[in-house]
Design a protein around this ligand. Sequence first.
Ligand code: FAD
Ligand code: NAI
Length: 470
Amino acid sequence: SILKPIFYGSLLAATAAVGYGVYGLYKEQHPAPLPVETQSNKKKLVILGTGWASITLLKSIDTSLYDITVISPRDHFLFTPLLPSAPVSTVAVESIKEDVSTLIRQGSGKVTFLQKEALDVDPQNKKVIVEGDKAVDYDILVFSVGAQPNTFGIPGVYENALFMKEANDAVILKAKLKENLQKATELPAGSQERKDLLSMIVVGGGPTGVETAAELQDYISEEVAKWNPELAADCQIHLVEGLGNILGMFDQKMYTLAQDHLKKNGVALKLNAMAQKVVGNTITVKDSKTQELVDMKFGILIWATGNGTRPVTAKLMSRLPETQNNRRGLLINQKLELLGAEGSIYALGDCTFHKGLVPTAQVAHQEGEYLAKVLETRHIIDNTDNDAVKASLAKTIKDFDYFNQGALCYIGGESAINDIKMSKKIEFKLGGSFLSFKVWQCAYLAMAVTWRTRFLIACDWIKVHIVGRQ
Ligand code: FAD
Ligand code: NAI
């Protein structure tokens, strides 16, 4: 029958995929030994950050062409798309982290890693000042320090809210969630005090806020409700958004689907509600239609209202006041060169502001890949004496051309909304179904930067199905 070839075909494809994965994993874990270098006359390439832009660049470039130093306070790469899944153990925090020491060993050249925060850049003298007043010289600097959570100066946020940006944020939220659930068991069921403690407010209806609220709701409905239904009944997840809808990057049909789905699953959606201040365990929100101020009590407050500029980025802007005059991010040209320091500084990812480029991993990743090619061409240009060859090679450096592959967002209850662009003409939208969830899972597995993380994430997902979350 027809089923036989399909079965054997699928078996063959699955075996090939597993074989390829095992081979990838083996290669990752057994990097080739590096050649012993004597005196290096290579150009000094300094890369700030170990996030999406910098790690993609490192993975894509021939690391033997430059004398590369990576500087970052973070000794790991973080797979941010699954960070909201970590506080409730849908995936383990360790499964979405990859050590920089592993990543820098994948290429054919030596890469030095300095685990320090860059405090300042001196574009005139081509130096980066790092913690401990140490100066690091560069010929070419890649500035990719990302962004930090934006609080818009709203009082009380830093003191009372948790964030969802770094791996440690997931660890802190997990601990707080467990602590509150435990404390709540000691309070009378149904009491206001217990409900206030179990009130979890997420501010910001962008994808970070939505995915965090969705994961928390999954945890309450699928885990807490299993072992203590009375406790689950007193839990409430709130999602507070200042605008009239959540997920502004999706079309109306998709965000309406997401809103209805979240509500159906038990998330209390508060739209047109602008957070104004936080005092202790109370947040005040203003209804933008009626101007009415409403106080909401919480046991956990998660702040997810988008990106702000890091101090080192603001400092760099202040060093180039003639060209860097946009508070939202560093201004770059079409070749990702920093305006005011063209030729010596490139800026990538969330620390930049450029028309048509949104602060996403997708953009940072494509920028990293693009810059790897640019720097490889520059290396050939720098090592050629022939001016005609230099000029013709320089012409081959094309402008960065971003291809938007669409957006995906997990909305809870094994469902997602996906707006996928396969090419400039082929696009499909899928939302609200189990299939949308499987597509979302496959897309993120494909996006993982190492086979190790890909393997661990897949195992975590299987584990949730078999033994639930802890
Ligand atoms: P980052 O990845 O943030 O990396 C910045 C690096 O710079 C870090 O290593 C940091 O430690 C380092 N650094 C900071 N300060 C300094 C300093 N002073 N000196 C040196 N180094 C420094 N995008 C998507 O496309 N799809 C998604 O599904 C998605 N999900 C997300 C989920 C969450 C919870 C979050 C927070 C973001 C998500 N994003 C997603 C957005 C995506 O993570 C960012 O756009 C992306 O990380 C930007 O890459 P980057 O390299 O510019 O910055
Ligand atoms: P965001 O900027 O996308 O959304 C922030 C939301 O907070 C906005 O809807 C805004 O109206 C709201 N807001 C701002 N101030 C507020 C206030 N005082 N009170 C109430 N609401 C307020 O931020 P987010 O979600 O952190 O995303 C940052 C970037 O990372 C975006 O570019 C996003 O596309 C990307 N990202 C992508 C993901 C995905 O593709 N699945 C997941 C997470 C982030």
